[in-house]
Design a protein around this ligand. Structure first.
Ligand code: AMP
Ligand code: MG
Length: 517
């Protein structure tokens, strides 16, 4: 175990690729480079709010010393660190947005974990970079708590994600117009230290394509393959296609996992799509409470609901098509990329139905089960019960399900509005009949369901309350959520095994959020 301030740090990315080394953080276009060297801007006083012991253990880091906390707040660096901001572009809400880049994220370098993975350490909210455009490079406490908690919560849920090591308050105020209504207010600032094998996004390739920089794009592909996709033959002439295929697979895996736990990302722009298929950039995300495929937590997304719960698979497809487009100038036969894209729907559906079978405790997915799963989902979409509660109760659906009134009573606590009893009953009869044909034992089927269905999820209203308390200096709720989120499949967090309370339904920050962060 070692302190962050003396830990061995490597700078593989900056040493491999051309960068702008001027250390100048004035906003500008940066053609021809993959990053700009830039130092974090010091803050008034970094105060540690939270530290992930589990993440620290992976990185073999000791509890942070006062010097370490200075690094976490951007007031110092370990002498081996060569901080930088990455250059990327992106499609935002379906439109080409040009150069974006790390406007408030600053990578500190790589640190090898005891699991053999080389982890990139990145501060979010550490001050302006050349990519900050018209913004301040900072992050507010509320959005930092949200990123810190949810990235770790997703890890414990078993969903591919970036992680977080620390959350510090900066003691500096940050001006934000939370509701975009012209009433900007000062809020406490904070910085999260994020951790992932890499933060490279689809957008890192998009910018190189836009700039016609084939050589760098090929080099970046090779780097990504060598480090993160060792199963791909780096000498193969089709390696870029193979990379695209692997990214499509991982993306599909992650989307399926989002649907399993009911997660809605909220801003699936191509600059927020990880080349490793990780859940990245936690903004106005939410779990679904009442099951609704058209639910989007992002107020900016309301007009088109592009990033709604049920749209995530098709948006991922669209985003992958942007990536294919960005890689096309490296691939002589572009129909190979098109073929991978065409196959995405099948790949995704296969994964989706396998996941749904587990949620439902179906032992072996049969062809006809797809229809059952579709109609089960239709029932949920019609009755809109609380997704998490409903699947939990389903595990203990009695063998003799009784009358339609009995079934309704059984699920009563999961409904936000009075359900159509007939639809529910019909669905349960079909479901029960299928479960009875399982070749595994009832207990095995239930175990499968317990492993696939989280019992505790961190809902937006809980975060909202935890943040309100924290802003008043009370971290008790934050600590409690941190404890429960580590065990999401157990009954440990059962004090929260209830529907979203009525007061949270329309309250800002409890159901929907703006992008202001
Ligand atoms: P997001 O929608 O949060 O993924 O951010 C989109 C782009 O805006 C990225 O390039 C971010 O780095 C940048 N950005 C967001 N917030 C800020 C901020 N407060 N200061 C500077 N850049 C920001
Ligand atoms: Mg982003």
């Amino acid at each position: 175990m070692e302190h962050l301030s003396t830990k061995q740090i490597s700078n593989t990315f900056t040493e491999t690729f051309p960068g702008d080394l001027s250390m100048n953080n004035t906003r500008r276009q940066t053609p021809g480079v993959l990053y700009c060297s830039v130092l974090p801007t010091p803050v008034a006083q970094p105060v540690l709010i939270s530290w992930s012991d589990e993440m620290a253990e992976v990185l073999e880091l000791s509890k942070p010393s006062p010097e370490d906390i200075l690094i976490l707040g951007g007031n110092a660096i370990n002498p081996m660190m060569k901080p930088y901001a990455s250059c990327y572009a992106g499609h935002q809400f379906g439109n080409w947005a040009g150069q974006l880049g790390d406007g408030r994220a600053i990578s500190l370098g790589f640190c090898s974990g005891k699991d053999g993975v080389d982890y990139e350490l990145q501060l979010k909210g550490a001050g302006p970079t050349p990519y900050s455009r018209n913004a301040d490079g900072r992050a507010v406490l509320r959005s930092s708590v949200r990123e810190y908690i949810m990235s770790e919560a997703m890890h414990y849920l078993g969903v591919p994600t970036t992680r977080a090591l620390s959350l510090v308050a900066t003691s500096d105020p940050v001006l934000r117009d939370m509701f975009y209504n012209g009433h900007a207010e000062y809020e406490p600032g904070a910085i999260v230290l994020r951790v992932a094998p890499s933060f490279i996004r689809f957008g890192n390739f998009e910018i190189l394509a836009e700039r016609g920089n084939g050589l760098l794009s090929k080099q970046l592909c090779d780097w990504v393959i060598a480090r993160y996709y060792p199963e791909i033959d780096i000498e193969h002439e089709d390696r870029v296609v193979h990379l695209f295929q692997a990214v499509a697979e991982r993306t599909a895996d992650t989307i399926v996992e989002w649907l399993r736990v009911g997660f809605v990302h909220g801003v699936m722009n191509t600059d927020n799509m990880s080349i490793l298929g990780l859940t990245i950039d936690y903004g106005p995300y939410s779990f679904v409470d009442d099951y609704d495929l058209s639910f989007t937590p992002n107020t900016t997304d309301l007009p088109g609901r592009r990033y709604a719960f049920g749209n995530q698979a098709s948006v991922a497809y669209w985003n992958l098509s942007r990536l294919a487009n960005a890689l096309a100038f490296l691939v002589p036969e572009t129909d190979k990329l098109v073929a991978v894209l065409k196959n995405y729907q099948d790949v995704y559906e296969r994964k989706y139905y396998v996941m749904m079978a587990k949620k439902l405790g179906i032992d072996e997915l049969r062809e006809e089960d797809r229809l059952l799963i579709d109609s089960f989902e239709e029932m949920l979409q019609t009755l809109k019960p609380d997704m998490t509660l409903f699947y939990q109760l389903l595990i203990d659906l009695p063998d003799a399900i009784g009358s339609s009134a009995d079934v309704k009573n059984f699920f009563q606590e999961t409904f936000y509005t009075e359900p159509d009893e007939t639809i529910l009953y019909a669905s349960m009869l079909t479901y029960r009949a299928r479960i009875e044909t399982n070749s595994c034992s009832v207990e095995t089927s239930k175990q499968m369901m317990r492993a696939a269905n989280p019992r505790f999820i961190v809902r937006n209203y809980m975060l909202h309350e935890a943040i309100e308390k924290l802003e008043k200096g009370d971290d008790s709720l934050l600590k409690k959520l941190e404890e429960y989120m580590k065990d999401p499949y157990s009954k440990k967090g059962d004090e929260y095994f209830v529907k979203r309370p009525a007061w949270a339904e329309q309250k800002a920050g409890c159901s929907m959020l703006s992008c202001s962060s």
